[in-house]
Ligand binder design. Structure first.
Ligand code: BES
Ligand code: ZN
Length: 457
């Protein structure tokens, strides 16, 4: 039997096991869910032992545990691959908008619906199944494999970053492999060569010492919600340009070659509008949507809280207001630098009569990976052979905090080989993962390991 035949034969079982993995609510942002996050880490570790990983650890951190596994018996001269993924997931709200409960996975139209299906449990799990198949059929892995699967990616990897710095020897490898991104389109194998970074900020505005009657005090006392709205209105102009001073200082202009290449991907604004049901798109003047999404930085208000929001009307001048604002960054902006610039700018535009506090909640630095490494060439070949069509290079708008750190600490090439699709509702209700990509992904990964063993890195 070939490895691919094994993968075909066990499709049903792989799907049932994925459903089990997805049913554990590993929401990392939610402190009350930490027992479930830990249970998910243990489940994963047991599963890794079950498929034949001889060395598996659940490593405690100050936050959620890291799952680490390795099998390094591929023989002399065999390269070592470090796979990175995450088993934590985003919160589920607004829960009412889910067709089925987020942790009761359902398979419909060859897609599995659950929180974490595409981001990132489904993608992590296909790697484990590729390893299972290789070991079951061939008795060994063609390359040494280390797996690093964390439980805090969705909160900015606060404990993984120090772990990577302190464990450079343990994590030593010839290439890093990540599956936490999307393919450009169904059936279109893609490798992401750039990820945006992130600076996630919280603004708290304090006005009077208590909520006030808006008749007795309104007009003479600054309203923190009005003040916050004023601040927010000055963050971006009508042309979609971020107004934070110095925001664009380190942004590299797109080269003509990149612009041509991105345009050739065949992105459709009509399809994007239909997908999200808006009549017009909006973004920074002078750039196409595909450029705005992957190659230009931006700023968004993620949440806005304050005052009376119940039924009916209440005449009140609230004491406090809060907003969460995030900025997506591109090479060579730096999260720390942008966070500082944001804090100074917001303070400089704060209206009188309120106290404004700005906090840097978390962030990630943007990434640009080498497209010409041997590991990359093998990845392109594995994808093209498996999907039977040409592989494309894309830039993604999302962030994966530790990817830049791998480069800085391990000094090896990274390959971002994703099997999700951008319309699979990551971070949103009815998240799902196309099972055809789950299965073909396993074949691509096992082919990749063979190619790496043949060609080296
Ligand atoms: N899988 C995503 C990253 C991603 C998103 C890649 C979209 C490609 C396209 C990842 O799990 C994620 O959501 N990251 C967060 C990071 C943040 C919380 C530090 C993000 O981008 O919001
Ligand atoms: Zn993810």
């Amino acid at each position: 039997m070939t490895t691919n035949e094994y993968l075909d034969q066990h499709r049903g079982r792989f799907e049932s096991e994925l459903v089990e993995f997805l049913s554990i609510p590993s929401i990392s942002t939610d402190a009350s869910a930490s027992a479930d996050v830990a249970r998910c880490a243990d489940w994963l570790a047991d599963h890794l032992r079950g498929v034949g990983m001889p060395h598996v650890e659940v490593i405690p951190t100050e936050g959620h545990p890291i799952v680490y596994a390795e099998r390094c018996d591929a023989g002399q001269g065999a390269p070592t691959v470090l796979f990175y993924g995450h088993y934590d997931v985003q919160p589920v709200d607004p829960i009412d908008l889910w067709t089925d409960p987020p942790f009761s996975p359902v398979i419909r139209d060859a897609k599995v619906y659950a929180r974490g299906a595409t981001d990132d449990k489904g993608q992590v799990f296909l790697h484990i199944k590729a390893i299972e198949a290789l070991l079951a059929v061939e008795g060994r892995l063609p390359v040494n494999v280390k797996l690093l699967i964390e439980g805090e990616e969705e909160i900015g990897s606060p404990n993984l970053a120090p772990f990577v710095r302190q464990n450079a020897d343990k994590l030593a490898c010839d290439a890093v492999l990540v599956s936490d991104t999307s393919m450009f389109a169904p059936g279109q194998p893609s490798i992401v060569y750039s990820l945006r970074g992130l600076a996630y900020m919280e603004i708290n505005v304090q006005g009077p010492n208590r909520d006030l009657h808006s008749g007795s005090y309104g007009g003479a006392v600054q309203n923190p919600l009005n003040a916050l709205a004023t601040i927010i209105s000055k963050l971006k102009d009508e042309y979609g340009r971020v107004q934070v001073e110095g925001f664009y200082d380190d942004v590299q202009p797109l080269t003509d070659l990149e612009r041509t290449e991105l345009a050739a991907l065949g992105h459709s604004d009509e399809r994007l509008k239909a997908d999200v049901n808006v009549s017009t798109l909006f973004g920074e003047d002078g750039y196409s949507s595909i450029e705005r999404l992957g190659a230009r930085p931006t700023l968004d208000v993620n949440g806005f809280l304050g005052g009376f929001t119940g039924e009916g009307a209440k005449t009140v001048l609230p004491a406090r207001a809060m907003a969460k604002v995030s900025m997506r960054l591109v090479p060579h902006q730096r999260h720390d630098d942008i966070a500082n610039k944001f804090i100074s700018y917001v303070k400089s535009i704060a209206p009188p009569g309120v106290t404004v506090d700005v906090q840097d909640l978390h962030g990630a630095d943007p990434v640009l990976v080498n497209r010409n490494s041997a590991a990359m060439h093998a990845a392109v070949q594995a994808l093209e052979e498996t999907f039977g069509t040409k592989c494309r290079f894309t830039r993604e708008g999302g962030s994966i905090p530790v990817v830049l750190l791998f480069d800085q600490v391990l000094h090896v090439p990274t390959v971002l080989m994703g099997f999700g699709l951008n319309n699979e509702n990551a971070h949103s209700p009815d998240e799902h993962f196309d099972l055809s990509n789950f299965h073909i992904g396993m074949k691509a990964v096992s082919r990749y390991y063979h190619l790496l063993a043949q060609t080296g890195v």
